[in-house]
Design a binder for this molecule. Structure first.
Ligand SMILES: C[S@@+](CC[C@H](N)C(=O)[O-])C[C@H]1O[C@@H](n2cnc3c(N)ncnc32)[C@H](O)[C@@H]1O
Length: 393
């Protein structure tokens, strides 16, 4: 069984990394699942080999499960098989009807035997189903919901971006030896920028409903600044909820050309604009905005840069204005309780010279920037993600 904590418990067989929407059930931490009688524990999501019954618990506790093989070889093959299924178009090819290996290989111009191995792996991982009598493969709910290009929940662009992220991770040992990160924002080419911005549009949708519901936009706010807002997934959702609001997305010049089609697709006209700039170097003005949002950007900046941004944002806000800084939270100290924070910290250290920050560090920037701190918000639909909120008195 694989647990996703902070209110989530997902069931799955075999006991390896993964999840299945059809079988997912939501539990508060500490609550007991009616079907498997296990407790949801802890505060954050964990991935890994997790026992499903007392015997498995015993075997695992006795150290008899070769966890490093399951959590590396099997896990990375699983991951890459799902990405390949998207990249090669197999999931989309199965959208309307079940198909045989021969039909899929012909349609996607792939090698039949190799295609069969991939499809069978996806059946084993519960992303496809197989019907023996017809020899046909079909979609499981997890693939239909998340991997079809035209699904409203599609992560297909993110899967494509992950092919690049896979290459980034291949540099991990060299990064740890030298301490030299990849600095993706300055070394990325046009094709990579496109994949990055498209991937971000997918990721932004993941917790969108909760973010829109819980983000404390001040009453009557009219002018919003979305720092590093990319294709404007969040801005557009806020604008739909608050008809009097307009938003300016500020993003790097290299990103803007690739983000623009996503911004235009929101069809919000002049209410949603996209400007090229660098929050680290640009002047954000004084008293110009009622609400400033910065999601998933702080992990690209150093402590000093984030503090400078908080000061700039404070100046740019009108009295009563609110700044919401949203990002993954790193635990105060290394702990298995904060696996997501630790994994994302390492990933961003490798790719972007920085990493994730603790809640105290993020709150510290806002406090030092002049803000009155409000209660931070831990997102339930995106474990490990937090909103730090400050208002300008
Ligand atoms: C991880 S993405 C987050 C996108 C979006 N805010 C979200 O939460 O889904 C980070 C974004 O910040 C932008 N960015 C990075 N450094 C920046 C800077 N110095 N000034 C403005 N934007 C920046 C990147 O181009 C990218 O679009």
């Amino acid at each position: 069984m694989t647990h996703f904590h902070e209110g989530f418990l997902y069931h799955r067989k075999p006991a390896l990394i993964g999840m299945d929407d059809a079988q997912a059930c939501r539990l508060r931490p500490g609550a007991r699942c009616a079907s498997c009688r296990s407790f949801a524990e802890g505060k954050t999501m964990r991935l890994g080999v997790i026992p499903e019954n007392p015997l498995e618990r015993l075997v695992l506790a006795a150290g008899l499960v070769p966890r490093p093989v399951a959590e590396t070889q099997l896990a990375f093959t699983f991951a890459r098989a799902v990405m390949a299924g998207v990249e090669l178009g197999f999931f989309d090819a199965l959208k309307s009807q079940a198909k045989t290996v021969e039909e899929l290989a012909r349609e996607r111009s792939t090698h039949p035997r190799a295609t069969e191995a991939l499809l069978n792996c996806l059946v084993g991982c519960d992303y496809l189903a197989y019907e023996d009598s017809t020899r046909r493969y079909s979609l499981r709910p997890v693939s239909r919901k998340w991997l079809l290009r035209d699904s409203p929940h599609s992560l297909a662009n993110k899967m494509h971006f992950q092919i690049l992220e896979w290459e980034y991770l291949a540099q991990l040992e060299s990064f740890v030896r030298s301490g030299k990160p990849l600095a993706m924002h300055s070394s990325t080419n046009a094709e990579e920028w496109h994949a990055y911005q498209a991937g971000m549009a997918d990721v932004g949708r993941l917790s969108l409903d909760e973010v829109v519901l819980r983000t404390p936009i001040p009453k009557g706010a009219r002018r919003m600044l979305d720092i590093g807002g990319s294709g404007g997934t969040y801005s557009a959702a806020f604008l739909r909820k608050y008809p009097g609001l307009r938003s300016t997305i500020l993003d790097l010049e290299a990103a803007v050309a690739h983000a623009r089609p996503f911004v235009e697709a929101h069809q919000l006209g002049e209410r949603l604009s996209l400007v090229a700039g660098d929050v680290l170097g640009d002047d954000l003005g004084e008293g110009t905005y009622d609400f400033v949002f910065m999601s998933m950007v702080a992990h690209h900046f150093s402590h000093e840069q984030n503090l400078a941004v908080a000061r700039k944002v404070f100046r740019a806000l009108a009295p009563g204005g609110v700044f919401v800084l949203q990002d993954f939270e790193r635990g105060k100290r290394p702990s298995p309780k904060n696996q997501v924070g630790a994994l994302t910290d390492l990933y961003f250290a490798l790719t972007s010279q920085s990493g994730t920050w603790s809640l105290e560090e993020m709150r510290g920037w806002l406090r030092q920037g002049g803000f009155s701190l409000r209660r931070s918000i831990k997102l339930r639909t995106s474990p490990g993600m937090v909103q730090v909120v400050g208002s300008k008195a």
